[in-house]
Design a protein. Structure first.
Length: 73
């Protein structure tokens, strides 16, 4: 069954639009500034998690106490 020119052109236009959206999304994901910003957001979110935040504070206090102890001995 032969397809008419308008149908073929409409399919080409849909494929072109889908490809343009895909390329835009890939370029956004590969943008170094966007990658850095997402990494920063992930790191901040991880460090604000109480399961990570409080043990890090405890380790910091322990290291500080050990340094003070070494200075005064």
């Amino acid at each position: 069954m032969a397809r008419d020119v308008e149908t073929i052109q409409a399919e080409i236009d849909r494929a072109r639009n889908a490809l343009a959206v895909a390329v835009d999304e890939i370029s956004d994901r590969a943008n170094p500034k966007a990658l850095a910003e997402r990494g920063k957001q992930t790191a901040v979110a991880t460090l604000n998690d109480p399961k990570v935040k409080f043990p890090l504070i405890g380790v910091g206090v322990l290291i500080l106490l050990l340094i003070i102890r070494k200075i005064f001995r």
